[in-house]
Design a protein around this ligand. Structure first.
Ligand SMILES: Cc1cc2nc3c(=O)[nH]c(=O)nc-3n(C[C@H](O)[C@H](O)[C@H](O)COP(=O)(O)OP(=O)(O)OC[C@H]3O[C@@H](n4cnc5c(N)ncnc54)[C@H](O)[C@@H]3O)c2cc1C
Length: 433
């Protein structure tokens, strides 16, 4: 009871300064407000501030400085290790800050910091425009973009960060700045891959590209054919290997582009023209919030025969129907940006690989972890050494350094300039130099 009282006092004193609601453990919405996408993570913050504007965010940052309370920044809440929340701390929750304003003439979109990828797809599609995000529409633009942003359009348009023009940021001292090619360039560099280490982004400005329809969809093969290369009823709940395609070129050229794929006689060919937002939301139903998730990742520049053997072995040991392994291509437009042009260091990778154990049943948590870790350990020796920061659990400082490679020291210097006391440390943390 004492904790609740302390939390209530803290929450009510913060509530005097912010317009959005501040939720504490005694609040009727506390359980739903603290729930994260990954139900394996169970955190109990002292207060969750549902910010409605940059003014609220500034008030929260100042409050955290004054009280010394730990701070987490929550965008879409999709983070694997649950870094959008913090035990016994304050969550700066941006869920109420969702909104997208498209400028069709300039081909740009201004996106509020708590928006979801699907919000941007919806708003931009009406104008025949798009920006690249991930493969699930309910993921937060905030966390996904600040970590890089791999997805269906990586080859065509690059990472999400490669389409960023500017960010509005509340810094650790409570000041508000803009970061772009012309303003606070060092911060702009660091925010493009460095995650939530440098401030709270209250708005993103993205460049948009003309794209309305894609020729896209899955092709699936039985697992037995994995060495060689998801559903009609005969494949339901069977283990399969598959490719999810996204042809962002002209529809006329699509048949020719897919000819080599069809020569491999997939058992399911679901490729068809579709509005781009349909592709991005195609798997939202399969992976709703509230499942148990455990994932591990690495970058690869080639997939060796030994790696394929290990993939097949672990596919046969798949612990649950929702568990999977994904290989995200990193080449094309994403590879035409230099390794130190942004904080995102693996421009020479060909694949971002993630193996993920998923199931609705909390009793399966250990099994999911064991399979994922054993699978990762078998593949890691074949990798380039580091992983995509958005697809890691909390794996320690060495793994974070491996993510940023040669860019780590510069990131640590920029962290020292903008957040010398490491106020924003609930993240894949880059300690100030
Ligand atoms: C089902 C699923 C599918 C996914 N698919 C993809 C994919 O296709 N491509 C891909 O690249 N990633 C993908 N991811 C990974 C995703 O990018 C990360 O989980 C990311 O952290 C989610 O961002 P969020 O805002 O939803 O998370 P949150 O948990 O809300 O936040 C995660 C972290 O991001 C930071 N953060 C979030 N918003 C802000 C902000 N406005 N300002 C400052 N910091 C902020 C904070 O440091 C926070 O700790 C997927 C994740 C899931 C669960």
């Amino acid at each position: 009871m004492a904790t609740v009282t302390v939390s209530e006092d803290l929450a009510s004193s913060l509530q005097e300064r912010v317009q959005g609601v501040v939720i504490h453990p005694g609040h009727p919405d506390y359980e739903s407000a603290r729930a994260l996408y990954n139900a394996m993570i169970d955190k109990r913050p002292r207060a969750i501030a549902r910010c409605v504007d940059a003014g609220d965010v500034i008030a929260c940052v100042r409050f955290a400085r004054e009280t010394g309370i730990d701070v987490a920044i929550r965008g879409g809440g999709h983070n694997g290790p649950g870094l959008g929340s913090v035990d016994d701390g304050l969550v700066i929750d941006l869920q109420a800050m969702r909104g997208v304003i498209v400028d069709p003439g300039a081909k740009t979109a201004r996106v509020l910091g708590g928006s979801l990828a699907g919000d941007v797809d919806h708003a931009t599609h009406a104008f025949g425009l798009a920006a690249p995000f991930g493969i699930i529409a309910t993921t937060g633009v905030g966390g996904l973009t600040l970590g890089g942003g791999l997805g269906n359009l990586t080859r065509k348009l690059g990472l999400s960060i490669d389409n960023l023009l500017a960010l509005d940021v509340v810094l650790a001292d409570g000041s508000f700045v803009r970061a772009s090619e012309d303003e606070n360039e060092d911060l702009f560099w660091a925010l493009r891959g460095g995650g939530g280490n440098f401030g709270v982004v209250t708005a993103f400005t993205f460049r948009l590209s003309p794209l309305a329809t894609v020729v896209a969809g899955p092709t699936l093969w039985p697992l037995e054919r994995a060495e060689e290369i998801l559903l009609p009823e005969e494949l339901w709940l069977k283990k399969v290997c598959g490719v999810l395609w996204c042809w962002a070129g002209s529809e006329e050229d699509a048949d020719e582009a897919f000819r080599p794929v069809r020569e491999l006689r997939p058992e399911l060919d679901g490729i068809m023209p579709m509005p781009f937002p349909v592709l991005n939301a195609a798997f939202d139903g399969l992976y709703p919030p509230g499942d148990q998730w455990y994932w591990r990742a690495d970058f690869f520049d080639r997939i060796s025969d030994a790696a394929v053997e290990a993939h097949v072995e672990f596919a046969h040991r798949l612990p649950t129907p929702k568990s999977t392994m994904h290989l995200y291509p990193v080449d094309g437009a994403a590879s035409r940006v230099g390794p130190d042009d942004t904080a995102w260091a693996y421009r020479d990778a060909k694949w971002g690989q993630v193996m993920v154990g998923v199931d609705p049943d909390p009793a399966k948590a250990d099994e999911l972890k064991e399979w994922t870790v054993a699978y990762w350990e078998a593949l890691h020796p074949h990798s380039m050494g580091g992983a995509y920061v958005n697809m890691m659990m909390e794996e320690g400082d060495e793994r974070i350094r491996a993510t940023y490679r040669g860019n780590y020291e510069r990131l640590a210097e920029i962290k020292r300039k903008y957040d010398p006391d490491n106020l924003f440390h609930v993240n894949q943390n880059i300690a100030p130099a």
